[in-house]
Design a protein around this ligand. Structure first.
Ligand SMILES: [Ca+2]
Ligand SMILES: [Ca+2]
Length: 184
């Protein structure tokens, strides 16, 4: 359970410390936004390391942690930990592969040059933005990428947008789209 809390980022709000009964540490951690994220990462590493190497098998007793785990939960925690890590690595790999393929495909079709300038990118953006609202929605992205003959699922488009969506509105404006192409 602590593995889940930590891995899904809830340690950032202090939920991990609250969960093990350290309410005040949890509240302080939450108020300081995970100790300005540094504390969050240290705790995350402690919990994950504990899961992966089955440290002491049942205890975490470092950095003011004082937790005693039931022996039966150690192995499931390790499995959850490996599973979630594998999921994140797989998702990152898929996104990187798709971004790479997308750019390569655009080049192959001479839609962008080897070093695309902003005009080239804006041309593609305008073509893909079929409702002309200045933003690429998930549906517009998917249609355009499928139009290039690249198979892509809703989940993959969503992950691609999520990685590039700086203002978090769930769509890509021209600058976000350009940054995604340039970052490759
Ligand atoms: Ca649009
Ligand atoms: Ca956006």
């Amino acid at each position: 359970m602590l593995t889940c809390i930590s891995m899904f980022g809830l340690g950032f709000c202090g939920f991990d410390r609250c969960f093990v009964g350290q309410i005040w540490l949890g509240v302080i951690k939450g108020l300081t936004l995970g100790g300005l994220t540094i504390w969050y990462f240290i705790d995350l590493v402690v919990v994950l390391t504990n899961c992966l190497i089955l440290y002491d098998r049942i205890d975490i007793k470092v950095l003011a942690w004082d937790v005693h785990f039931k022996e039966t939960t150690v192995v499931p925690a390790c499995i959850i930990c490996i599973g979630v890590l594998a999921f994140f690595v797989a998702e990152l790999f898929t996104v990187l592969t798709h971004k790479h393929t997308l750019k390569a495909e655009l080049r192959k079709r001479h839609l962008i040059s080897a070093r695309p300038n902003m005009d080239e990118i804006r041309d593609i953006f305008d073509k893909w933005d079929t409702d002309q609202n200045g933003k690429l929605s998930q549906a517009e992205m998917k249609e355009a990428i499928l139009g290039l003959g690249l198979p892509i699922t809703d989940e993959q488009v969503e992950a691609m947008i999520r990685k590039a969506d700086v203002d978090g509105d769930g769509q890509l404006d021209c600058m976000e789209f350009a940054a995604m192409i340039y970052r490759n």
